[in-house]
Design a protein around this ligand. Structure first.
Ligand SMILES: [Ca+2]
Ligand SMILES: [Ca+2]
Length: 164
């Protein structure tokens, strides 16, 4: 897995911890499959779209203790999947914990995934605006043949009729 992604060792270990969880007796392969999908998506920067579309299994994946809620610690542990860290994660967690019980339930998590997509789209728009450069005119090629001496075909080339 280290070769496929640029995840750090700690994150890989965390990933294994996630996979190792089988409190609710779920099949590890499904979880492994989900995780690989997310990691592959993150290579192409479409992981948020994937997480949004598959928010239920991803929610179950992040809910490591199987309590049907995501605790702050579980959210922190999964932050690397969203390219989010520390403070940003904390802020987001409490922003989406609408009920204020310090856990994200599935509905709250779903809202978070929707917000991720929205933020992603917004950043794309911003980037597009920034990229929209002032159209640089193509260097005009010198179309005039001013420098080229035009030699007419010599019609008398075959015969040397000149006499001195
Ligand atoms: Ca949990
Ligand atoms: Ca909550």
């Amino acid at each position: 897995m280290h070769h496929v992604t640029d995840l750090k060792k700690k994150e890989i270990m965390m990933t294994f911890d996630m996979l190792d969880w089988n409190a609710s007796g779920e099949i590890g392969f499904e979880q492994f499959y989900m995780l690989v999908c997310i990691l592959l998506c993150s290579e192409y920067h479409v992981e948020k779209n994937f997480i949004f579309r598959h928010s239920r299994p991803v929610f179950e994946l992040l809910d490591m203790d199987g309590g049907h809620t995501i605790s702050p610690a579980e959210f922190q542990a999964s932050g690397f999947l969203f390219n989010l860290k520390g403070h940003a994660l904390d802020k987001i967690f409490y922003e989406f914990d609408v009920s204020g019980d310090e856990y994200l339930n599935y509905k709250e998590f779903k809202m978070f995934t929707m917000a991720c997509i929205y933020m992603q789209e917004e950043t794309k728009k911003m980037q597009k605006l920034q990229v929209r450069r002032t159209s640089t005119p193509r260097q005009e090629r010198c179309a005039t043949n001013a420098g080229v001496t035009h030699t007419p075909p010599d019609s008398h080339s075959g015969r040397s009729s000149h006499t001195d």
